[in-house]
Design a protein around this ligand. Sequence first.
Ligand SMILES: C[S@@+](CC[C@H](N)C(=O)[O-])C[C@H]1O[C@@H](n2cnc3c(N)ncnc32)[C@H](O)[C@@H]1O
Length: 174
Amino acid sequence: MTQKPYYRDIWCLGAGTGYPGAFPRGLVEKVLQRWNGEKKLMLFSGSFHEKGWETVDIKPENNPTYVLNAEQLPKDWTEKYDLVFADPPYSEQEAKSLYDLPYFNIVKVVNEMARVTRAGGHMIFLHRLIPQNFPGDTSHFKRMKLSGIVGVFTIAGYSNIRALTVWRKMEVLP
Ligand SMILES: C[S@@+](CC[C@H](N)C(=O)[O-])C[C@H]1O[C@@H](n2cnc3c(N)ncnc32)[C@H](O)[C@@H]1O
């Protein structure tokens, strides 16, 4: 199958703020210049608190808008958000050593992100993996059309290179 062209780039950004696994400086601003929306949801929010965003983290001490496991979002959030962003831990070892948490289930999270994204809205996933075509994809995830892949790294120590994968939700199944 030939994939229609999608945005591709590599962004080098400033180091994060100090919270383990924090966003590189300037990342969210750069994302919003290209993919924005009125109602915005940040999953795995950690130290991220910005006006105009609702946030979800499993740890109450991070003071998110909602203390929830991102694997199972509320049923009445279906098609509620224009922009849904997730910055989860990148491995089982990181989840344990940085947050003392079990590693999340990627299939469950990606499907939940797709469910709570509105038709015409965008979903953005920052990880070393680029999720595509899981067995178990829901009809919501099947409506997601790839609209960008951006490599992200910082000039600091031994920086991870990660991928920001962006999809737009179609009105109906292709
Ligand atoms: C990579 S950090 C996010 C950092 C954030 N981008 C920032 O700039 O501070 C991952 C976060 O995911 C949270 N987390 C881990 N597993 C989770 C889960 N299943 N559901 C919700 N939050 C989870 C952790 O508490 C941690 O704050």
